[in-house]
Design a protein around this ligand. Structure first.
Ligand SMILES: [Zn+2]
Length: 383
């Protein structure tokens, strides 16, 4: 059964750390230690963690109540006194909730296992709802998804459009009509489950890095209604000074003006590369006198602009992979080629070539799976 309990969270952005956070940290520490080091006795745990036996016993019984930890029987070690019982993380029997709020049409949630496989999925049409109405829909969807879990839940991961603080407050997500929405706090209160909230492209790069064969120095560019990216450097995701690392959509590309962007300026990367911008340009090309040539120009220009924006980032950080995630019919083929060629032409020549450009596997579910990775990383130290 899913462990849904009300732990009365009341954490706010900037608030001092509460005692309950210390306990949550200790519970995570026990989970991570068992996951990394394998089964051990409570006494070994107490030595490893530098916590008293009483504290460790209390933490272990709490985790057993939640179904996160199981007893495995007695240790073979011969010691005076009664034989110690080994405890271990419940390796086969834990699940995670992933939530993807980045789709234009649907709010999406899923139950996943620890290998990132989607076991159950739920979708809700978002319709014309914005602001608080979307918040209510998300809370309902997540609670319903949690009810579908067939094993104890480790936590909830959310990938959302917009800039998200480390405390899980969505500062601004215009598409959802959100401004300073404390998504993490709301979900933790509603479900009693530890929750992590991240920008959708940041979640996606976690999925690529953990399940998609991504390397430790990569950038994933997520192309949908807008354009965003997530960056992994040295195996860790870059967060930035304002939680906005990877926000590349409204970077001006080139010095030749370009078309007007929704943000009020001209020449933003999104005006070439967002899915709606590309579809619009392809539509115009198809209606012209030489559709084939005009279509080729659209892909070439979009790919070039993206590569012009990425080249200094790839060069400065010495990234090995650029991964494009989004509609395959737009990104595959000529656009991918244009990005690769332009990027290599703009970087220092090396042999073998310093960076590869590829499409993300499974772009439809990349945010759901990435959101799950964030929970595993946080609760088990798995990356
Ligand atoms: Zn813009």
């Amino acid at each position: 059964m899913p462990s849904v309990r009300d732990r009365g969270h009341s954490k706010r952005a900037g608030a001092a750390t509460l005692p309950s956070d210390g306990r949550a940290n200790n519970l995570s520490l026990v989970r991570r230690t068992l996951h990394a080091d394998g089964a051990m006795s409570r006494a070994d745990l107490s030595r490893t963690l530098g916590l008293t036996r009483v504290t460790v016993s209390d933490l272990v019984s709490d985790l057993m109540d939640r179904g996160h930890v199981v007893e495995l029987g007695q240790s073979g070690a011969v010691r005076p006194g009664k034989p110690a019982i080994l405890v271990d993380i419940n390796r086969q029997g834990l699940q995670v909730i992933g939530v993807d709020l980045s789709s234009e049409s649907d709010l999406r949630a899923a139950v996943l296992d620890l290998d990132g496989n989607i076991l159950e999925r739920l979708e809700r049409p978002v319709g014309t709802a914005t602001g608080q109405a979307v918040v209510e829909q998300v809370l309902e969807l997540v609670a319903e998804t949690a009810g579908r879990a067939t094993a104890p839940l480790l936590g909830i991961g959310v990938g959302t459009p917009g800039i998200v603080t480390g405390d899980g407050v969505v500062l601004t997500a215009p598409n959802l009509g959100w401004s300073e929405v404390p998504v993490r706090e709301l979900l933790e209160k509603h479900t009693g489950l530890p929750t992590l909230v991240s920008n959708d492209a940041d979640a996606a790069v976690h999925a690529d890095h953990t399940f998609g064969g991504g390397c430790d120095d990569e950038i994933l560019v997520k192309i949908g209604r807008g354009v965003g990216s997530g960056v992994i450097v040295g195996g860790r995701r870059a967060r930035g000074a304002h939680s906005a690392a990877g926000e590349i959509g409204h970077v001006t590309v080139g010095t030749d003006a370009g078309t007007l962007c929704v943000c009020g300026r001209t020449g933003c990367l999104e005006t070439w590369m967002s899915a709606p911008s590309l579809e619009r340009a392809l539509g115009v090309a198809a209606a012209g006198e030489d559709p084939e040539a005009a279509t080729a120009v659209v892909y070439q220009e979009a790919g070039e602009r993206l590569a012009i924006a990425l080249a200094p980032v790839v060069g400065v950080l010495d990234l090995a992979e650029v991964v494009l995630s989004g509609p395959r019919h737009l990104l595959g083929g000529p656009l991918l080629d244009a990005v690769q060629q332009t990027l290599l032409a703009r970087l220092l020549h090396q042999d073998p070539q310093p960076v590869t450009v590829r499409l993300a596997a499974d772009p439809q579910d990349i945010v759901l799976r990435g959101a799950a990775v964030m929970v595993l990383w946080n609760q088990l130290g798995v990356a």
